[in-house]
Design a protein around this ligand. Structure first.
Ligand SMILES: *Cc1c(COP(=O)(O)O)cnc(C)c1O
Length: 466
């Protein structure tokens, strides 16, 4: 498989290069040149397979000859062996023809584990083979940091440094990061806010000497391998509910458009999908786009579903490329208008045939949905999942088609919102209940780029290996 940039001006790469490169040199995102095709018999054949085997089977065409099938099979087994549920991504029934896809059984209780657990192993495998190491540097307001740390802990080719704003992440979020004691994991509590942390990470990327010396890499939400790994659960869950003999609809709580784009990829690969419902909170650039054709930036408004608080959706460019028949010049032009004019419009006729629908859910509706779901089904759901349930219900066209809402986080990750909605404080799952008894390791640093840089230089193994 070869990979091309959405903007058409960067070199064509193979899988190995795409995983290690992240962003394309022309500013675009990498996409597979064509979508692998699976027949109805191929899809039916997934029914008896374990999740790891299904992943190995579905993703093999994306790898080309970058990784042998046997090595990749080992990786999927290891990545998904770290999940606490044997099915990895189980489905449960909420109502007649309504289902919940439980994506929160990974080590940090959020759906990002599904992709990052595999990405950590891919990095290690590809780098070790080249005799190389990287230094991953990232800023987090809570969730992505812990998923990235869990994915990189103990990996020989990777050192990871995560900056979080001191005292401004929840106790659960901090402990999920700081109780990981592997020697290659470094948590830095910055005396500042999230924007200070992010500004320092940006400054480190823009310091080319520092960046080259340490082989700095990002915990990249636009890395192709992350989208790729997310394709799998649309197939496995679809098959468990009757695909390919019948079509399935999905409602996806969305921010950066990575998760729902993977559902689109699954449909292009042969899975019969009736509707893909893009569910946003009040940061609704995606919902506005699918309903009007206008893609326009707005400020970020903090919500109780913070993992979807975004200004623009970084993966959306991949969908635009398909919408414009992979015309790199057209995509570049749209992205230029986004930068210069704050937005652009796409003719609605381009969207007419699409399987997408979209809607938004405000804060009161999110809380009310958590409450109503508990009353009707005796289940606690997290605020992101509630957004998916609310918008799914609003946008669903045909109630005879199974509707699967993606449950992207465990309710115990967002206990305050859940308690506010229901009066019940959700409990951490058994295997995490000792989180508050575990030893923490972190370093407090001032909001000072030089202090952070020297801390990293003293510890990154790329400079300090024996
Ligand atoms: C990241 C995240 C989302 C949004 O996913 P995108 O791929 O960015 O659209 C939704 N819910 C939770 C809990 C998340 O962590």
């Amino acid at each position: 498989m070869r990979y091309i940039s959405t903007r058409g001006k960067a070199p064509v790469l193979n899988f190995e290069e795409v995983v290690l490169t992240g962003l394309a040199r022309d500013g675009g995102l990498y996409l597979p040149e064509s979508w692998p095709q699976f027949s109805t018999d191929d899809i039916r054949g997934l029914a008896g397979k374990s999740y790891a085997d299904a992943a190995a089977f579905l993703l093999q065409p994306f790898l080309g000859d970058s990784i042998s099938p046997a090595d990749f099979r080992e990786m999927t087994k290891k990545a998904y062996g770290a999940f606490s549920h044997r099915a990895v991504v189980p489905v449960s029934q909420l109502g007649s023809n309504e289902f919940l896809m439980e994506l929160y059984h990974g080590p940090t209780l959020a759906f990002k584990d599904v992709a990052l657990q595999l990405l950590g192993l891919l990095y290690d495998h590809l780098l070790a083979r080249r005799g190389k190491r990287v230094t991953i540097v990232g800023a987090t307001s809570g969730d992505t940091g812990s998923a990235a740390i869990e994915a990189c802990r103990g990996r020989d080719a990777v050192d990871i440094f995560i900056l979080h704003p001191k005292g401004r992440v929840s106790d659960v979020q901090r402990r999920q990061m700081t109780t990981v004691l592997d020697a290659n994991v470094h948590n830095i509590a910055v005396e500042g806010d999230f924007d200070d942390c992010q500004a320092m990470v940006k400054a480190m990327f823009n310091d080319h000497d520092f960046r080259d010396e340490l082989a700095v890499s990002a915990v990249n939400s636009i890395n192709w391998a992350r989208v790729m790994a997310q394709i799998v659960y649309y197939f496995t869950v679809g098959v468990s509910l009757g695909a390919p003999s019948r079509a399935i609809s999905f409602s996806v709580p969305s921010g950066n458009f990575g998760d729902v784009y993977a559902g689109y990829a699954a449909s292009r690969m042969g899975l019969p999908v009736e509707q893909l419902i893009v569910a946003t909170n009040r940061n609704d650039i995606l919902s506005r786009f699918f309903n009007s054709g206008e893609y326009r930036k707005a400020g970020v408004d903090p919500t109780i579903s913070p993992s979807m608080d975004i200004q623009v959706s970084s993966n959306f460019e991949r969908f635009l490329a398909d919408l414009y028949g992979r015309d790199g010049a057209a995509v570049s032009d749209l992205m230029r208008r986004l930068d210069n004019d704050g937005g652009f419009s796409v003719e609605m006729s381009r969207l007419n045939e699409s399987i997408f629908s979209a809607g938004r859910c405000d804060e009161e509706e999110t809380l009310a949905t958590i409450g109503r779901t508990l009353e009707e089904t005796e289940r606690l759901v997290d605020p992101h999942t509630a957004v998916g349930l609310f918008v799914g219900d609003k946008c669903r066209k045909d109630s005879s088609t199974p509707l699967v809402t993606l449950s992207t986080a465990h309710p115990a990750k967002f206990p305050d919102a859940v308690e506010k909605a229901t009066g019940e404080r959700p409990k951490l799952p058994k295997h995490m209940q000792n989180l508050f008894g575990r030893k923490e390791r972190l370093t407090d640093l001032p909001n000072d780029i030089d202090a952070v840089k020297s801390f990293i230089k003293e510890r990154a193994r790329i400079l300090n290996a024996a």
